[in-house]
Design a protein around this ligand. Structure first.
Ligand code: ZN
Length: 232
């Protein structure tokens, strides 16, 4: 499936400016005419060509053709990686070697360690982290230098991503606990509120006590949250 080479016809997706400053629709979402005037540009959206024509828009004559990406043509009918299925119920450490854009200049791949239940999960976690951290999609796993376990010995330099994933899980837990606290507070104080959501005058002090109690129970969460800020 390719979105850059969608067939022509009323159902193909085209791209239009949001708002009223638009006369044309564009087959290429990167067309300079779409976002060329910053003073009137407030974003763009995709609609079908039929919808665009119903809006009275006409096809842009200046859209540059959108070329297929190398990865799209190379892997159109094959998976990007062939990874042996090695799931086990217990998570274990994996070392994953990633070659980023630096490989074009001969930079060696970088090694990362994560905890996972199978090789594919480990690669996905490392690639996802790498791509976001370096703001690139030009990153691949070097299978021959990736393995189960942790690199041993001094000759290796590697980055341990396990604490980062532990931290994210802790933050998820904290958010769940905070949502529970708020749910309980709202259940408790709901009957004290009027139609506008303000405490009823005669319930004001009961409401303030409940709020103070809730804030007090939330303080340990705040401390734990601060302890998970990701700085050492
Ligand atoms: Zn265009």
């Amino acid at each position: 499936m390719s979105t850059t080479a969608s067939p022509s016809g009323p159902r193909r997706l085209v791209h239009v400016r949001t708002g009223t400053f638009r006369k044309a629709y564009h087959p290429n979402p990167a067309c300079p005419s779409l976002n060329g005037k910053p003073e009137t540009y407030s974003g763009q959206e995709a609609i079908t060509e039929a919808q665009a024509q119903r809006l009275g828009l006409t096809e842009c004559g200046n859209c540059p053709p959108a070329p297929a990406q190398p990865a799209e043509t190379e892997f159109a009918t094959a998976p990007l990686y062939e990874i042996a299925y090695d799931y086990r119920a217990n998570a274990r450490p994996f070392t994953v070697s990633v070659a980023g854009p630096g490989r074009h200049d001969g930079e060696p791949p970088a090694l990362f360690v994560v905890e996972a239940h199978k090789t594919e999960e480990a690669w996905a976690k490392v690639l996802a982290w790498y791509m976001v951290e370096h703001e690139t999609v030009d990153a691949i796993v070097v299978a021959g230098e990736s393995f189960q376990g942790v690199p041993a010995g001094r000759a290796w330099f590697w980055l341990d991503l396990r604490p980062e994933y532990v931290r994210r899980e802790a933050l998820d837990d904290l958010a769940d606990q905070a949502a529970e606290l708020i749910g309980a507070f709202e259940e408790e104080t709901g009957p004290l509120l009027g139609e506008e959501g303000e405490p009823l005058p005669q319930e004001q002090s009961t409401y303030e006590t409940a709020l103070g109690d809730a804030a007090f129970s939330a303080w340990p969460l705040v401390l734990e949250l601060a302890g998970n800020d990701g700085r050492d």
